[in-house]
Write a protein that binds this ligand. Sequence first.
Ligand code: C2E
Ligand code: MG
Ligand code: MG
Ligand code: MG
Length: 291
Amino acid sequence: RAKDHGRNNYQLYAAEMSSLSFERLALGNMLRKALDHEELLVHYQPQLDLRTGRIFGMEALVRWQHPDLGLISPLQFISLAEETGLISPLGEWVMRTACAQTKAWQAAGLAPLRVAVNLSARQFKHVGLIDTVAQVLDDTGLEPQYLELELTESIVAENAEATIATLRDLKAMGIKLSIDDFGTGYSSLSYLKRFPLDLLKIDQSFVHHMTSDSDDAAIVTAVINMAHSLKLKVIAEGVQTEEQLSLLRRQDCDQVQGNLFSKPIAAEEFGQLLLQQATNERWQHLLRTGS
Ligand code: C2E
Ligand code: MG
Ligand code: MG
Ligand code: MG
């Protein structure tokens, strides 16, 4: 009886395993086709300077527009892309699309705008990364200071010589480097002084609870103060309420990003937002100088 039971369990487990990996395999093939058939798109979420209130840049976030399944979140396919090795071509496509779009907005007089692109750990380790980044900037004509690469703590946690060399190469090109989801990794803080970073992105889990949980509030304060002592800028991710915003302002946070301002939106919609901002500023300028 017990033996039967055990065997059944094993069979169930095996069946689940194979169907799971079959599913992953099928999804992997679908994703490969999506990349070829232009089913991927990039959405943009504005990032604002807390002092001026201006949109100074945006984060590029990939989506998969499947003909039958609809819009698929990156949370559902980035890890798959990593497992299947598709992350390098996918990541290059996102970077190219985002840089070309940013250059187009700059050329339309909406300059200066900076775009932040997420880099996965596997993509970071790819030997061709530096050449790819250089090629994308060259092809699109975007100046390097307008590109920011968001790294995960898992990338910098590896204290390998190769990691430091890659970061120095990127920095030497003039690219900005940030740490995404700061505070959620298990790494030591010593990398902050060794690596040539520009910005820390406070993870949204701290931001969401900073107005109700004093521990989260303390962490946000500590991150902002530490960053400033290290001459780094700080951006708070996932700002959703005015209460969070005013607390962040009081704590001297530099930049904000979150649904309070805008969810990630399609390029066309983002362009409208930029145009609106430019128009407002022009009118404000006219009203000031004309009075
Ligand atoms: P992330 O880089 O930390 O990006 C921020 C995520 O938080 C985005 O989710 C964004 O939509 C969401 N978010 C922003 N503000 C708010 C808010 O106020 N409230 C809430 N609840 N959420 C907010 P998204 O677009 O689903 O992306 C999820 C993750 O997928 C990203 O997290 C990033 O790790 C990964 N990802 C997205 N695009 C790419 C890409 O092109 N390459 C790589 N390697 N990873 C990507
Ligand atoms: Mg990010
Ligand atoms: Mg993040
Ligand atoms: Mg995240």
